[in-house]
Design a protein around this ligand. Structure first.
Ligand code: HEM
Length: 113
């Protein structure tokens, strides 16, 4: 694995850690770690696709499309939860949904070959 890819895989895993860590530690509260982690997954994921496309390995576009849709749903839940929290209308369900969808995307990443 070349150095650039290692950097982005590590950032991708840190994004996952930020989302799941935030949901577990601050149950039901949308933190900046949750919102920025969700945003980071989309950016680092797309960069990783770009890096893999330039290599010789096959890229599974169906899997990537599913991961992108799930990641957009994670980010939507996190952004809406944070917006509502700012207006004093906190909704823990959205935070938990973001965490559950991030775990789902982890399963897709690891189990779908
Ligand atoms: C909440 C969102 C996401 C989570 C939790 C997540 C999780 C993961 C995990 C755990 C891995 C490592 C799997 C392994 O090495 O076996 C991984 C790898 C990968 N993810 Fe994601 N991901 C997310 C979003 C995305 C998005 C949006 C994309 C692209 C549009 C993406 C593209 C990739 C790619 C290309 C790899 C493989 C890197 C490699 O070749 O080693 N991910 N993801």
């Amino acid at each position: 694995m070349d150095a650039l890819k290692i950097v982005f895989v590590v950032l991708h895993l840190l994004g996952l850690l930020a989302i799941v860590g935030s949901v577990v530690v601050r149950r039901g509260v949308p933190t900046p770690a949750l919102v920025w982690g969700a945003r980071a997954q989309i950016v680092t994921g797309l960069v990783l696709v770009g890096i893999n496309e330039t290599g010789d390995g096959d890229v599974n576009h169906t899997k990537i499309a599913v991961k992108l849709l799930v990641a957009l749903a994670v980010a939507a839940c996190a952004e809406i939860a944070a917006g509502r929290e700012r207006r004093g209308q906190g909704n823990p369900n959205l935070v938990h949904a973001a965490g559950a969808l991030a775990v789902l995307n982890t399963l897709v990443a690891v189990l779908w070959n």
